[in-house]
Design a protein around this ligand. Sequence first.
Ligand code: HXC
Length: 517
Amino acid sequence: MAIDPKLLTELAERRARAKAGGGEDKLEARRKKGVMTARDRLDALFNQGTFVEWGMHARHDCHNFGMENKELACDGVISGVGTVDGRVVAAFSQDFTVSGGSLGAVHAQKIASLMEHALKIGCPVVGINDSGGARIQEGDHSLAGYSKVFYHNVLLSGVLPQIAIIAGPCAGGAAYSPALMDFIIMVKGSANMFICGPEVIQAVTGQKCTMGDIGSTHVHATVSGNIHFVADNDAHAMQIARKLLSYLPSNNVLDPPHHPVAQLDLTPDPGMNELVPATPKDPFNILHVIQRLVDDGDYLEVQRDWARNIVICFARIQGMVVGIIANQPAVKAGTLDIDASDKAARFIRFCNVFNIPIVNLVDVPGFLPGVQQERGGIIRHGAKMLFAYASATVPKVTVILRKAYGGAYIAMCNKEMGADYVYAWPTAEIAVMGAEGAVRILFRREIAAAADPKAKEAELVAEYRRKFCTPYEAAEKVMITDVIEPAETRAAVAAALRHSLTKRETRPPKKHGTIPL
Ligand code: HXC
């Protein structure tokens, strides 16, 4: 008794209609424009042939306004589970060819169910956004749908890594699902993201602007800091997502994918001794240090073009995954300001919640002085860094390269803030403030009264620096683990990481702290 062939025909026809999206002509038009279809994107994300689709036969409520008998393939979103580099990942991809990828009740239900399943099996979620927003015909059902998606974003937060890709329009409240996820990758040219568009802004405020001014990839990468990675096109976005996933554990109870080496290589790297300029005030590029520190010079920089005075990136050091937070002396002298504090604090918290050890590279003259900074709340923003470091229980390794002054030194995670290892180069200056500033405050009268005030000041500065700005002063008080040659940094950090992989630190039970947001 074989199955009735009519049933198989019906199934095949339904599948074909679902896969046709908004029609072959619309799909082809996108490909011609160099924009991938929703299914092409999933194919590019997953290992070939591993994607298993769910909810292909989903259908919106036929009583919706103006939608009677209108068939919307997959209800505008393709969802399912597959593997990336052999590890399970859940993903959804909105199909703009189907009613503009707009989100209605069933569309939202598909996304929320996928997230619930991801939570049970403990795998990351990737959301590919390309949508005209709330499906207008479904009225408040689509608002309820968005709420359901946001609720699940928050439920998953800190349990599973969540990555959003903005591949098309992302308008109004719809931008909040990506904003609630951990990382946003945005495609140059075809994507935009905003809460109130140019027409609304002009109508309400009279201010004229373009989409480029408020919602472009460039603006979000350099000014608003809303996104983490810029992709040149769809294929590049999927590549970035895959690379990012290669550093992340599948969930918060697993370690990240370390590739431990059988035996650490502890040989020095003399090239590291060449990197820091002899004069303390000369800028240098911290990326050169990072490149020498990490395996194969390979790292993934996050928010590269925003708050460039601090660098955050993922990398491996002798096979161990790390999150690196480094002052960038080449930009604003590496000072900490509002944006740098926000950028670092969020990254520290991400690393902590996903068991990724943290490496800090310190060359910081202080918080950025300025009226705007004070009025903008640098106290509150800087406090986020203090809070994030002090509450992080993952291994924390700090290397002080040059300046480590005042509150900014603490904000970059010194021993008393919970660093497990603090190494200082002989060039390190650990002090309440720079020698010039300290001498001016302490010896103003003596300098003024001297026969040659300039010479007197220089003499006092040299003396202060000798006495108070050396790493040995801190080493004597056991505020640092050791003073090392720059050449020994890679070996010291690798050993510190290797020895701390079993670190366990418990804190008093609580719902959560009250981080100054
Ligand atoms: C229903 C929609 C739609 C929507 C687009 N479409 N957006 N259908 N609900 N929100 C449909 C169009 O009717 C059209 O259908 C098809 O998708 C393609 O749209 P076009 O306008 O032809 O495409 P394009 O010219 O590329 O413009 C894209 C767009 C524009 C800029 C996104 O469609 C647009 O402005 N849409 C409305 C955006 C919006 O205001 N959304 C609501 C935001 S409020 P046919 O059948 O002709 O192919 C919101 C609240 C969320 O999202 C709150 C969450 C808390």
